[in-house]
Design a protein around this ligand. Structure first.
Ligand code: ADP
Ligand code: PHD
Length: 450
């Protein structure tokens, strides 16, 4: 039995949904279908989730939301009309959207999460109606009824372990199950979403819960490419990846699969297959425990921006017992998480997501670090991008670092930080964000073209 997830791009219009039903019909193992909210039909289009956030924000502060609400209803309506579905489903969606406004505004994060979750929830109902019309017996599944329980962290929910056992019973369904992605319910019954792009996580959780043979993730590209196709022209497609490689690449910026979406499948060794809804016969990319090794040491190059790098310098730091603990305690007291912390004898760099602080808060953090640590200097670099080169084969090949360093220097890109993960599956470079695309192109050229 397989779990099959369709992303927003695969559900953006009626013609996309026609492909989806065809794909599900082709393989009787495809019993659990996870759906996102309708995504973009073109580069300029808006995702229904983004429209819902706009709707929720306006409703929260009492502003006029009628225009954005009409846009949302029109998205569902145009899909329903294209598919020849009756008015019933649109009436149901309209009633649901109207009711969201009356949620509890005393808890703004949960209030907004109910809006966000409705995008996939209403779409799952629409997709189930369409499947039945097309002769595929299907049933919408409410995540609450299914027992998908999550932590009380709106916009960043984590699955609770008891969910897996509860979800196992979905195997018994005679009909194809249409399960809305992106959210679950807290123990006290509130809808709570995963982070953005989180329908991928739902698919993986369900794959674990029903002990699936395969988790198929359908999107709008033929494969996971060795570099972001929006940066590098015609990058090569990757046939196979290990879980570890994919984890590093999706963390590093390969937005095609959410970086939290591997763990549940990985725990049971369930392979994940990325496929293209618009070209389902393309083999796609398979992610699994082990892969066939090739001559190629590096398998992918990822990048992401929006980081700050705080540099702390103190003579004899290496001798000072508890120095690292003090640094981390200061971050913890401010509710700040850090991404990486490479260190030298007398210095330490902390890489963190810039969006955790305003510039003023960052300045006051620097003062606090300097004073409480009695540091010689504490400085910050903003607008840092992280570039990651990833590949299991890097452990054996000694020249990877020199090749990367040459690519940077030939393009006069200064490396602010280097961090080799303990797993030796990746190396990370911190550079000025303005050089991000150039760095990816240069590394792609060095490892895949030359
Ligand atoms: N290395 C990569 N390989 C493939 N796609 C990538 C990569 N990096 C970024 N992407 C982008 O990810 C997109 C697919 O992810 P997403 O938009 O979340 O799809 P969906 O709507 O199916 O959830 C692709 O269209 C592509 O632009
Ligand atoms: N619709 C949600 C969740 C999601 O996973 O969407 P998509 O599959 O289109 O990335 C979002 O936009 O964040």
């Amino acid at each position: 039995m397989n779990v099959i997830k369709f992303g927003g791009s695969s559900l953006a219009s009626g013609s996309q949904l026609k492909k989806v039903v065809q794909i599900v019909k082709e393989d009787a193992a495809r019993k659990i279908v996870v759906v996102s909210a309708p995504g973009k039909r073109s580069a300029e289009d808006e995702k229904v989730t983004d429209l819902l956030i706009g709707f929720g924000m306006k409703a929260l502060v009492g502003h006029d939301y009628s225009a954005v609400l009409s846009k949302i209803i029109n998205r569902y309506q145009s899909i329903a009309e294209e598919l020849g579905l009756g008015n019933e489903i649109i009436d149901e969606i309209r009633t649901n959207l109207d009711s969201l406004v009356n949620g509890n505004k005393d808890e703004p994060d949960y209030y907004l999460d109910a809006f966000k979750a409705s995008g996939e929830n209403n779409n799952a109902k629409l997709v189930a109606a369409y499947f039945n019309q097309e002769g595929v017996p299907a049933r919408y599944m409410d995540p609450k009824e299914a027992g998908l329980v999550v932590t009380n962290e709106p916009g960043n929910a984590q699955v609770l372990p008891e969910s897996y056992e509860q979800l196992y019973k979905l195997r018994e369904s005679k009909e194809v199950i249409i399960f809305p992605g992106f959210f679950g319910y807290t123990k006290d019954g509130k809808a709570c979403t995963f982070s953005r792009g989180g329908s991928d996580i739902t698919g993986s959780i369900l794959a674990n819960g029903i002990k699936a043979g395969l988790y198929e993730n359908f999107t709008d590209v033929d494969a996971i490419f060795a570099a972001n196709p929006n940066v590098v022209e015609n990058p090569i497609g990757i046939k196979e990846l290990t879980y570890r490689e994919m984890r590093e690449l999706s963390y590093g910026g390969f937005s095609v699969l959410h970086d939290e979406a591997l763990q549940p499948a990985f725990k049971l060794g369930i392979p994940v297959q990325i496929k293209n809804t618009n070209n389902p016969s393309a083999p796609g990319t398979r992610i699994m425990k082990e892969r066939q090794m090739s001559e190629q040491s590096v398998i992918g190059i990822a990048s992401s921006s929006g980081f700050s790098s705080i540099y702390i310098d103190k003579y004899l730091m290496n001798r000072e017992i508890g120095f690292g603990r003090k640094v981390l305690e200061i971050l913890e007291s401010k509710g700040i998480s850090y991404e990486h912390m490479p260190s030298g004898i007398d210095n330490l760099t902390i890489i963190l997501h810039s969006n955790q602080m305003t510039t003023e808060e960052e300045d006051s953090l620097l003062v606090q670090l300097k004073e409480e640590l009695d540091a010689d200097s504490v400085t910050v670099e903003r607008n840092i991008a992280l570039i990651m080169i990833v590949g299991e084969g890097m452990r054996e090949k000694m020249f990877t670092m020199s090749k990367a360093a040459t690519a940077f220097s030939e393009n006069t890109i200064n490396i602010d930080m280097i961090n080799q993960g303990a797993s030796e599956v990746s190396v990370m470079f911190g550079i000025q964000a303005k050089h991000e695309d150039l760095a990816v192109k240069a590394l792609y050229e060095a490892f895949f073209v030359k």
